[in-house]
Write a protein that binds this ligand. Structure first.
Ligand SMILES: Cc1ncc(C[n+]2csc(CCOP(=O)(O)OP(=O)(O)O)c2C)c(N)n1
Ligand SMILES: [Mg+2]
Length: 577
């Protein structure tokens, strides 16, 4: 362990350790009891505070930051109240397994009174409420221990499987007293899992070779290990179909021509006789039918093998034939090496052709669904998806964060190149991610351009995040897919067989009377409404120009067809007077 002595206030020491550990930004919302911490943060030129106006946004920004290149993020929220407010977005960080360290400062409810404003009461320790949504959560009492606690938190968060860590620091230590301790030197390590055994690699390759309809079920473990390219190559090499969870468009890019989208529907369409789960945590709806795709594979005499960096990637697979624990990128690289000698790709040309046909049909159906009949004053979602994808790739490629359903990225044109855009989704589907995630992503992406797709409904959960983009001048292009509705929810209401679908009058899902351009304007961000799809490409290019050449955020309020089931209209809702 390399350390260097330090003397300073506890706040200065905490900030100094963050800097030493390589943390560049602290995402935060201010609180009064930790005044000296913020004093030290703003006084240190080697780290920057990014201010969000709601703790949900603080969390979404921190999470989005980690999704670009797996660098850990640190966020600070105020006492129990700030922690409670951040929990709605912490569910995304936790479900997505993202390396975020949450720091709260806590009052002492044990020694004197049991009621401290904004804090939990004495029956619940300050680390208690984050417990269900963190990998580890603990309390720090001694100021001399702050460097070790910070360094340990970052290491726990960044060890596969990644996940959020909470440290609650008793704020009584944040005084002006000088404390002497040691800063732990060295940035956060790129910790990796061990290697899968040679026999597991052989087993998987043999299965890929002999299957008729192999499917690679790809997940976040792939990008977290840096294995996106090699995993895509593996699928291409063996002519395997690709499927994923609805929270990951990145493990193997949704633009891979053999990608067939969500695993459940893809496995119905492709009917695989082999599923290789690669760094993917299977998720369902809490029903026994969640495992139906695997049952079907078994009934067909097919096989299911899984490889991932930790137990998390093997649990939801009843009856798994082979579960291999190892770093995904390392394993796939070794597979490709063996395959190039023993399993030449030409052997799978026919199979690849068949898979490509099926995947192309699948994508065409997604693209058709995004192209309803043209409507005056409205942009069709498919036109928008293409315009952004092409506009961004023309710039050399960038990141697209996505929190909306109206313009599905499953409908994006296929094709992999060195400019392929990276599509990111919220780890857990908890609304309020998109505005902040684009900001965090841009801070991590540096010069690479970032487009934030945010549904109108999603925007209203987190609109104050627009101010953060303005305040810190973070050049992001926001694309609001404005269908005037909680479209995805309305779709389910339409299928529920209740009075809404009978009458065609939908309550609780129509979002009218709001204007995203005015909202952006109020927060100091320029934007424009887009109602005509004929000049969409120009609008998108101009918007990207403003963001990337003039270096400021900009917002496009894209008016899409109303997001209600066919023929639906808004129900009258309660009016007090
Ligand atoms: C915290 C939280 N609350 C509620 C929901 C339920 N929900 C899922 S999507 C959605 C609305 C999405 O609306 P919008 O962003 O406009 O997307 P669209 O489907 O219209 O594209 C809601 C309310 C949720 N997922 N998370
Ligand atoms: Mg909507």
């Amino acid at each position: 362990m390399k350390t260097r002595p330090v003397t300073g206030t506890p706040s200065e020491i905490l900030v100094e350790q963050l800097v030493e550990s390589g943390v560049k930004y602290v995402f935060y919302n201010s609180g009064s009891r930790e005044a000296l911490f913020f004093d030290a943060l703003h006084g240190n030129p080697n780290i920057h505070g990014i201010l969000a106006l709601h703790e949900g946004n603080v969390t979404a920004m921190a999470g989005g930051y980690t999704q670009v290149n797996s660098e850990p993020a640190v966020m600070v929220v105020h006492l129990g109240a700030g922690l409670a407010q951040c929990m709605g977005q912490l569910i995304n960080v936790w479900f997505g397994g993202l390396p975020v360290v949450v720091v709260t400062f806590a009052g002492d409810t044990g020694s004197w009174g049991d009621r401290i404003s904004l804090d939990l009461d004495h029956s619940f320790g300050p680390a208690s409420i984050s417990a269900p949504m963190t990998k580890a959560t603990w309390t720090v009492i001694e100021p001399e221990g702050l460097p070790l606690a910070v360094e340990r938190a970052l290491r726990v968060a960044k060890t596969p499987p990644f996940g959020p860590v909470h440290i609650a620091v008793y704020d009584r230590m944040l005084g002006s007293q000088q404390v002497s301790t040691e800063i732990v030197e060295g940035g956060t390590m790129g910790l990796r899992s061990g290697s899968a055994s040679d026999s597991d690699i052989d087993e998987i390759l043999g299965a890929l070779d002999s299957a008729k309809r192999p499917m690679i079920y790809a997940g976040d473990g792939i990008w977290k290990s840096g294995g996106e390219m090699v995993a895509a190559e593996l699928a291409t090499h063996f002519g395997a179909a690709v499927a994923t969870t609805n929270t990951d468009h990145r493990g193997i890019s949704i633009k891979h021509p053999q990608h067939m989208g969500g695993f459940e529907s893809a496995s119905y369409a492709y009917n695989p006789d082999l599923v290789i789960s690669l760094g993917v945590r299977h998720q369902g709806s809490g029903n026994s039918t969640d495992f139906a795709p695997f049952r079907r594979v078994g009934r067909n005499g097919g096989r299911h093998l899984a490889l991932g960096s930790d137990l998390e990637y093997l649990t939801n697979y009843p009856g798994l034939e082979l579960g291999s624990v190892g770093d995904e990128k390392d394993a796939v690289r070794r597979m490709l090496t063996v395959a190039s000698a023993d399993y030449p790709s030409s052997r799978y040309d026919e199979r690849r052709g068949t898979t490509l046909d099926q995947a192309t049909k699948w994508r065409e159906s997604r693209r058709n669904a995004m192209m309803p009949p043209a409507q005056q004053g409205k942009v069709r979602p498919g036109v928008l998806v293409d315009a952004i994808d092409e506009g961004l790739e023309d710039l050399g490629g960038g990141y697209v964060t996505n929190e909306q359903f109206a313009a599905s990225h499953e409908a994006v044109r296929p094709g992999l190149s060195d400019r392929t855009n990276v599509y990111l989704r919220a780890g857990g589907g908890s609304e309020g991610w998109g505005v902040g995630a684009a900001i965090g992503a841009k801070l991590a992406a540096g010069d690479d351009p970032v487009v934030g797709f945010v549904g109108d409904g999603s925007l209203y959960y987190a609109d104050s995040g627009l101010w953060t983009a303005v305040h810190h001048n973070i050049p992001v292009l926001y694309v609001i897919t404005n269908n005037g509705a909680y479209g995805i929810v309305a779709g389910f209401f339409g299928e529920a067989g209740g009075q809404m679908s009978d009458t065609g009058k939908y309550g609780g899902v129509v979002l009218d009377g709001m204007d995203p351009v005015k909202i952006a304007d109020a927060f100091g961000m320029e934007g424009e409404r887009v109602e005509d799809e004929s000049d969409l490409n120009d609008v998108v290019r101009r918007g990207m120009g403003i963001v990337n050449d003039e270096n400021r955020p900009y917002l496009l309020d894209i008016r899409l067809p109303l997001g209600l089931p066919e023929g639906g209209e808004a129900a009258k809702q309660y009016l007090m007077r």
